[in-house]
Design a protein around this ligand. Structure first.
Ligand SMILES: C[S@@+](CC[C@H](N)C(=O)[O-])C[C@H]1O[C@@H](n2cnc3c(N)ncnc32)[C@H](O)[C@@H]1O
Length: 383
């Protein structure tokens, strides 16, 4: 989107255009195509943001693309908390301002920089909507070439672009914009530096950066690898939001001698952080099989980091008795959970003699490796 279109959309006449709503705009013949497309993008962004639980979504200026890269409310608030020792923070790549706004809402003076002029127009308008514009100075520039005021901030937040219009390159830090190497320059100039990176980055890349490494997980998705430089550092950790549960990287969990009454499915952030041992200890659980990362325990757990399932039966997966057992129990539909079993759920139903999309009671089937074959664990969610 051009800066001119963005400027128009945040103006009063722009509000009138947006007020027509998506349905009317789709067929509007009286608007230039770029303006109509821009307005529809904002309305689409608002709808998506609303679904993501942003309270003020209906008034904010977000594009689907910028929103896809923006932090969630909880995660932006966590980033801001990392700067408790700082009064001023540089947001090196502010986008539409999700993190800059959270920093300002936490009482920081913010310098928010981005190369994209249209995103800056929206970020400024969003600050206005939230009454935070006094706290944020917006700068349209390449942050890697910026001298002066940005260096005067005590802290710096770095959230480089991990995609362009066509491709995502989350796991390739060489292609990040600005490149990951810029982190070093920020570290030289600022007391605390927080970087929001992809959890898909190679472990060696992440650990080579030093500092405290946190894997942030929300809604059972590992959303980011967050590096905090300049504060106290310990072993890598998983941090679950909004619960605040945290698990430290350590020893692998024990392998269970036998299945307990319950199967516990760990949060992906805990697995990514290498913190399954700590979670297993906390739940008095052990691994079912070394490769599949499912735990078993005598009791269910109320922790946010696991989903508990009451086990009904565990049978060799290929054995026809599993299919027969399911039919005898009147089970016609399965929620299939697996990490390594190669077939898709539809094929699993077929293999077990069940009709895909068929009728009957529902159960969860977890398929785990058992030596060179597979074990089918039929269970029901507890929480
Ligand atoms: C992942 S987004 C930031 C999202 C933001 N933290 C939020 O939550 O809304 C990355 C941003 O970096 C900007 N960018 C890329 N290269 C830059 C550079 N050299 N200087 C400043 N900004 C840059 C992009 O335009 C993009 O808006």
């Amino acid at each position: 989107m051009t800066e001119a279109i963005a400027e128009f959309l945040v103006s009063e006449p722009g509000a009138a255009v947006l007020g027509r709503g998506a349905k009317a705009l789709t067929n509007a013949q009286d608007l230039p195509p770029e303006l109509r497309a821009g307005a529809l993008t904002i309305l689409d962004g608002r709808e998506r943001a609303h679904k993501r639980g942003w309270e003020e979504a209906g008034q904010l200026f977000l594009t689907a693309d910028a929103l896809a890269q923006a932090s969630s409310t909880e995660i932006a608030a966590f980033h801001a908390k990392c700067f408790s020792e700082c009064e001023s923070v540089l947001d090196a790549c502010c986008g539409v301002g999700r993190d800059a706004l959270a920093l300002a809402a936490a009482g920081k003076r913010v310098v928010a920089v981005d190369t994209d002029p249209a995103r800056l127009v929206f970020a400024r308008a969003n600050a206005h909507v939230l009454g935070l514009e006094e706290k944020i100075r917006f700068v349209c520039a390449d942050v890697t070439a910026l001298e002066g005021e940005s260096g005067h901030c005590e802290g710096a937040f770095f959230d480089p672009a991990r995609r362009d219009g066509h491709t995502r390159f989350s796991a390739d830090s060489e292609r990040y914009q600005p490149p990951l190497s810029f982190l070093e320059s920020l570290q030289e100039r600022h007391k605390i530096v927080v970087a929001k990176l992809s959890p898909a980055l190679h472990e060696d890349t992440l650990t080579s950066l030093g500092g405290q490494l946190l894997f942030l997980s929300e809604e059972r998705t590992c959303k980011e690898a967050c590096i905090v430089l300049g504060g106290e550092a310990g072993p890598a950790r998983a941090l679950l939001l909004p619960s605040g549960e945290s698990y430290e990287r350590g020893e692998e969990p024990f392998i269970a001698d036998e299945l307990g009454e319950y199967l516990l499915d760990p949060d992906p952030g805990v697995i990514r952080a290498g913190a399954l041992g700590a979670l297993a200890d906390a739940c008095q659980a052990a691994l079912i099989a070394p490769t599949d990362m499912y735990l078993t325990a005598a009791e269910p757990s109320l922790r946010a980091a696991v989903r508990s399932y009451k086990i009904r039966v565990a049978l060799p997966y290929r054995d026809r008795t599993l299919g027969r057992w399911l039919r005898e129990q009147g089970i016609g539909r399965l929620v299939v959970k697996k990490r390594h079993y190669p077939k898709e759920p539809e094929a699993v139903h077929k293999e077990l003699g069940l009709k895909w999309g068929g009728k009957g009671a529902e159960a969860t089937l977890v398929i785990v490796a058992q030596g060179k074959s597979w074990l089918g664990i039929v269970c029901d969610p507890v929480n």
